[in-house]
Design a protein. Sequence first.
Length: 369
Amino acid sequence: MADARGSTWRLPDRVLELFRQGEYSGTRRTQTDAISQAVGGDLLRENEVLADAAQQGELVAERNYTPPGHSFYQDWDYAIGTPLEPPQQGLVAQDTFTKDPVDDVWFALDVESLISSVSKNWKNRGKEVHSFYLGVYDVAPMAATGCVIVLNVADLDRDPNEIIDGYREFDLANGSLAQSLDALAVIPIRYEKGTPEEAELVPDLLDADDELHYNTFVRTLSSALERRYQGEYQVSPNSIESVLSRQESDVLEFKAELPDHVNSLRKEVAALANHEGGALLLGVDDDGNPVGLDKIDSDEERVAGVLSDGLTSVVRNIKKARVDGADILIINVERTTTAPIAVDGSFYVRTGTTRDWLSGREIIDQYPR
């Protein structure tokens, strides 16, 4: 294996440091907390926009967050998003996360840390059950998936190279573990049980490919989180149940039914586009309850026709979803960056949970020639 020491890959050294500080024990939760902390720090260091937002308290993290409607996953080690009661002390660009309550979840981080050899259950149950994910929670398919594995070579009954190769070549139902993930990072250390503070890194077992894949993986996720922070919000059929657990916001609008007046729908879409983009959900009442549309197919055609008049540049997509037997229409809206969108000669903008008019001064400031 290629030695990755001496490069810019800091994750192995940070994991080792956490071991030596006694913050990393034999329990799964403590292990994953430690790695989540280290990986999360990489995400913030990769992106100055996110680091600044975190330092200003505009991003916070909640430990052991349980996604509403997603008990299948049990919980995530860290969910990153807007603070429940801003302003609060946010994340910092170093290696630590705060544990403040998260309101609007932008990103969820979950790391499965394994010390023993690969289990047959991986093949039988699949990676989804074991949550080998570092991923963007509100984007489906996820921007990237990855797994960070810590291997204690002092606790093995065979050659560590054989075990590491086994991780890379292990077959899942849908292909090998390495093929199923964007990043598979194995961090080999050596320590005796009961004395993790004496842990040592085993540099000869570090692989340069791990560094390459991990760094690419972090850049992908950091970029995806920045897009979310900058307003490129999108709801998918896979994430809608979690979205319904939230309240309306400046990027999220609920409507129980398709408006009788088509211009009302066009104004809502234009208001989102002239703000930060967002999503409009038809078939959901103001409290986030799925009430459904009676004629989802014909409603979808009607909506597409209505929005084709002057709004095609900002309508990212229109998707159908079903929740508890209720049919919901999702309209994902992009933020306009070149010029404001007008409906019947007026410019609308999203302000909180309502629609307002965009003033002439705001137009000049936001869209300079």
